[in-house]
Design a protein around this ligand. Structure first.
Ligand code: ADP
Length: 257
């Protein structure tokens, strides 16, 4: 709380009273803290891959290049870390685009079933790699949306369903119309999310398990981007999860008029 006080003196120098202004700065402080945390997170996330790239390249230059097996494995680490840096920078730029006030999507009548089928096609390598089964229940629905952005949303949710599930599990995607809205569900049989974590899930850089997310190439930015994109479509996203059983993300989108 910020407090300002000032005496109020009348025209004839008489003491009329005192004005006190109480200014609640809780929200300002909270926003300032979020901004500071964000900068600290970005710096940390950028520094980690740079440190490994520097370390491994120095080791190579200092002589490790002479040993063929170290040469290959160190170069692979450098490549992985450079890729991580690239993803992180791209996602940061994307986040700053979608977070800008006034960010809008170009909403056109869009065949949501085709969008989902396309996103599945793009994620097929990930599904095949983990030998996962994908079931779909798709009713044709036309939504008001930007097809590319909708593919991006679906790919993010599918990538998470794959990343946070054990191999051979099943993912189910459904699409139907309810109460004048399109409803899309992405359901997995993965590790699940504790209910205490759910409110923070869409925060920038929030990860339930940092190590697991990092190993699967996650940046912790995907769901915050997804949330902004869904809101730019005037839609809504909900999460329902049970630890050890699985997670369902439900998206509601407006229908094409
Ligand atoms: P990340 O790049 O780490 O996957 P996201 O923003 O996409 O970042 O997700 C944030 C966190 O939410 C993840 O790190 C993970 O802990 C959790 N999460 C997201 N989707 C799922 C899911 N389908 N099952 C379990 N946990 C999930």
């Amino acid at each position: 709380l910020e407090v300002y006080g000032a005496p109020v003196i009348g025209n004839h120098e008489q003491w009329l009273g005192i004005v006190i202004v109480l200014h609640d700065i809780t929200e300002l402080k909270r926003l300032e803290q979020i901004r500071k945390d964000f900068v600290a997170n970005v710096s940390h996330e950028l520094r980690t891959p740079v440190t490994s790239i520097k370390g491994f390249s120095e080791t190579l230059i200092d002589g490790a290049y002479k040993d063929e097996s170290s040469l290959l494995s160190f170069m692979e680490i450098i490549q992985t870390e450079a890729n991580r840096l690239e993803t992180l920078i791209e996602e940061l730029l994307e986040l700053s685009r979608v977070e800008k006030s006034g960010f809008q999507v170009d909403a056109q009548p869009t065949d949501m079933k085709a969008v989902i089928e396309y996103a599945i096609e793009l994620m097929q390598p990930g599904l095949t790699e983990k030998n996962m089964t994908l079931k779909t229940h798709l009713t044709p629905v036309n939504v008001a949306g930007d097809a590319n952005r909708l593919v991006q949303i679906l790919m993010n949710l599918l990538a998470n369903a794959i990343n946070y599930s054990a191999p051979e599990k099943t993912i189910e995607i459904s699409l139907y119309e309810n109460r004048n809205q399109a409803v899309i569900k992405v359901k997995d049989e993965g590790i699940g999310i504790a209910s205490a974590e759910i409110p923070r899930l869409f925060e920038r850089f929030y990860r339930v398990d940092k190590a697991r997310s990092r190993n699967s190439g996650g940046t912790g930015l995907g769901l915050s981007i997804v949330k902004h994109l869904i809101e730019a479509h005037h839609g809504k996203v909900e999460v329902d999860s049970t630890v050890g059983v699985g997670t369902t993300f439900t998206i509601y989108l407006p229908l094409a008029s």
